[in-house]
Design a protein around this ligand. Structure first.
Ligand code: AMP
Length: 527
């Protein structure tokens, strides 16, 4: 365990590896790829930290709403040096989602790209400005160079402590509205090192091509901070594209072949895979969602290297358990490994809180340096997941064997994980039920071989009303990020209910799989 901050972790790397390449912008055109040494990246970030202090006070929150671009990383380092808390925002969010995140985090500033994948972020934000009285500044990352140079060179950087807040990452259980997990410097810097650097023996000068989104801890904490802590080179495509990933792994000689399971499938299945020189790859890596043992075996066989699986949750900074490259092939394929150093893990009966026997399934709880400070501004919700003894209740069902190896057995929560991205059914249900033709709705995760899970919606239409999949899909798409729009639809005349009148979602899922759902012919016009 080290008493570190994001700023001190990076400064230390600069001291030891100033002229080594720290960052490569993995854009499709190889001639357009910008590169930074550790010294260059630090100089730009430090300058930006002074510019930040000209506009914000230490302790305030600034949000970043952009895809994976180098300026995002400079802002992460700069905010850390300036003692500001970075609020990381998914670039796919739509208006109301953004309003919630910026409003709830009380962000004083937001850094954004003009546009991403047809979503005009600039326009969306301008519509919201009047609803965000605390938001003083909006800075386009396209104008980063002029922002950076706007600070005073004499501005003094504050002392930042390892227990100070570093980031707020929005995430949620089944409660619908995303909550902001407040993570501290000590938690995220140590977590990256005690998981990846240590387990993979990450070495100076090695490249890490990472497709993980920066707005998630998998990107801005695990892959990025581990690379900087080991003085490696971080190679980052602006978005996930399997062909681009394969090209970058080959040309930048990546030591790792990694991604959430859906990304691994896309790369392994790509026609380019067999032509790619993967001789630099030392290990494969996945996590963030259930990884079928067959995928671990397939990846290891295709690459001829061992694969590690990390079990992580945002609220835990995020790594909790991980398989080691030295584990047996069976343990690597079918377990989530053992607890990481400093991360205590126990399995309890979710109803009584009693400790489970070895091999018995219960809720996985974790305690240690890595547990979040809490949900920002939400003491009650924090108390629901962190108990008075400091245990974080993950909502995941798991079992532990006699050797301390764990397996994930499902989720206490109903969260859907599609392609590694969390989707919260209630959020989608709330949007659908507001459609005039919809009387009742239940959104569930449907197992899918490519995405892990897909979003499925069960709809009961209001009497006499007609609406089809296409209309309802469009209704959701206008209001929520694309990945949340249900891809599977069933129209039902009634829902299976529990004794207390709650919809039995597990039965819907089962019925969907066996196609026994009662279809309402009147409610399903051609679509
Ligand atoms: P997030 O907060 O986005 O990191 O999502 C955390 C959730 O993803 C966990 O609570 C688990 O349900 C799931 N998860 C993460 N890693 C794994 C893994 N290796 N195997 C199975 N599920 C996982």
């Amino acid at each position: 365990m080290r008493e570190q901050t994001v700023g001190s972790l990076f400064s230390e790397a600069v001291e030891h590896a100033a002229s080594a390449t720290a960052l490569v912008e993995g854009v499709p055109d190889p001639s357009a790829r910008r590169r930074w040494t550790y010294a260059e990246l630090f100089e730009e970030s430090e300058q930006a930290a002074r510019a930040l202090l000209g506009r914000f006070r230490p302790g305030e929150r600034v949000a970043v709403w952009a895809n994976n671009i180098p300026e995002w990383i400079m802002l992460e380092i700069a905010a850390a040096l300036a003692g500001l808390t970075l609020v990381t925002v998914n670039p796919a969010l739509r208006r109301d989602e953004l309003l919630h995140v910026l409003g709830q985090s009380e962000a004083a500033g937001v850094f954004l790209v003009r546009e991403y994948r047809g979503n005009s972020m600039e326009k969306t934000l301008s519509v919201l400005r009047t609803d965000l009285p605390l938001l003083r500044e909006a800075v386009l990352l396209e104008e980063w160079a002029s922002f950076r140079s706007s600070g005073s060179p004499t501005e003094r950087l504050p002392t930042v402590s390892p227990s100070d807040p570093a980031q707020i990452q929005y995430t949620s259980g089944t409660t619908g509205t995303p909550k902001g997990a407040l993570l501290h410097h000590r938690g995220i810097t140590n977590n990256a090192q005690l998981s990846y650097v240590r387990n993979f023996d990450m070495r100076p000068g090695e490249s890490f091509v990472s497709p993980m989104p920066l707005f998630h801890t998998a990107g801005c904490v695990l892959t990025l901070l581990a690379t900087f802590a080991s003085r490696g080179t971080y190679v980052m495509p602006p978005w996930f594209d399997p062909a681009l990933m394969l090209e970058l792994i080959e040309s930048e000689r990546s030591a790792v072949f990694g991604g959430v399971p859906t990304m691994l499938h896309a790369m392994l299945d790509h026609p380019r895979f067999d032509r790619t020189d993967l001789s630099s790859v030392r290990y494969a890596l996945s996590g963030g969602a259930t990884i079928p043992p067959s995928l671990v075996r397939r990846t290891e066989a295709a690459l001829g290297v061992p694969m590690a699986n990390i079990y992580a949750q945002t609220e835990a900074s995020p790594g909790i358990t991980m398989t080691a490259l030295e584990d047996t092939p069976e343990d690597r394929a079918s377990t989530i490994g053992r607890p990481l150093p400093g991360c205590a893990v126990k399995i309890v009966d979710p109803r009584t809180g009693d400790l489970c026997e070895r091999g018995e399934t219960g809720e996985l709880c974790t305690r240690g340096y890595h547990v979040m400070t809490g949900y920002f501004g939400m003491p009650e919700q924090t108390a629901e997941v962190i108990d008075s003894d400091g245990w974080l209740h993950t909502g995941d069902l798991a079992s532990m064997d006699d050797r301390g190896y764990l397996r994930i057995d499902g989720r206490v929560k109903e969260m859907i994980i599609r392609g590694g991205e969390n989707i919260y059914p209630r959020e989608i249900e709330q949007v659908l039920v507001n459609h005039p033709a919809v009387a009742e709705v239940a959104v569930v995760g449907i197992p899918d071989s490519v995405w892990g899970e897909q979003v499925g919606a069960f709809i009961r239409l209001a009497d006499g009303k007609v609406a089809g999949e296409r209309q309802l899909f469009a209704h959701v798409r206008q209001r929520l990020a694309p990945h949340k729009a249900p891809r599977m639809w069933r129209f039902v005349t009634e829902f299976p209910l529990t004794g207390s009148g709650k919809i039995q979602k597990h039965r819907l899922r089962e019925e969907f799989m066996t196609e026994r759902t009662t279809v309402n012919p009147g409610g399903r016009p051609a679509s």
